[in-house]
Design a protein around this ligand. Structure first.
Ligand code: PRP
Length: 182
């Protein structure tokens, strides 16, 4: 049977097992750092949904979860230069220790703006946990506090990451074949 998803993948970059191993380690580190701090863990939709729900299951501290949808790219593969709040938080961040969970940081634009917003809303502390980091692409001076893996400047999809809303449900992270997006 044809696998509609994997047939478009050039190669696997991070396997399911490698993803889980890395998240477990991040979970242990975050649990140490946030002991007794009841963090508000914010998932940036849609890409981080898989990562966030796996990550919190490796946390051994009490935490709360909320979700925010920020649109910076639309359906284009290069940034539109704008950040729009599509879905806002339902929890107040005033006085809270906030942990932002992202699937990937590219230019840093999205989280640069979000950090400013959360500071204006009087968050007590704001840290960033990203599964993937593409430091080569950075345009904004943004350093994540927790990084799963650094990835090269290639078109990666899977485990939440999409190309035109597809491939998010691949269980691994792979490089998309160039003829799909060119
Ligand atoms: C992706 C990713 C980050 C952002 C990173 O989201 O999840 O939010 O782009 O890029 P930046 O560092 O250049 O700002 P996208 O807007 O594609 O939405 P999605 O998570 O719904 O796929």
């Amino acid at each position: 049977m044809i696998n509609e998803l994997s047939q478009d993948i050039e190669r696997i970059l991070v396997t399911e097992e490698e993803i889980q191993d890395r998240i477990k380690t991040l979970g242990e580190q975050i649990s140490k750092d946030y002991a007794g701090k009841n963090p508000l863990v914010i998932c940036i939709l849609k890409g981080a949904a898989f990562f966030m729900t796996d990550l919190v299951r490796y946390l051994t501290v009490k935490c709360e979860m909320d979700f925010m949808d920020i649109d910076s790219y639309g359906d284009a593969t290069v940034s539109s230069g704008q950040v729009k709040i599509v879905k806002d938080l339902s929890t107040s961040v005033d006085g809270r220790n906030v942990l932002i969970v992202e699937d990937i940081i590219d230019t840093g634009r999205t989280l640069h703006h979000l950090k400013e917003l959360l500071a204006l809303r009087k968050a007590k502390s704001v840290r960033i946990c990203t599964l993937l980091d593409k430091p080569e692409r950075r345009e904004f001076g943004l350093t994540p506090d927790y990084i799963g893996l650094e990835v090269p400047n290639e078109f990666v999809v899977g485990y939440g990451l999409d190309y035109r809303q597809h491939y998010r449900n691949l269980p691994y992270i792979g490089v998309l074949k160039a003829d799909i997006y060119e």
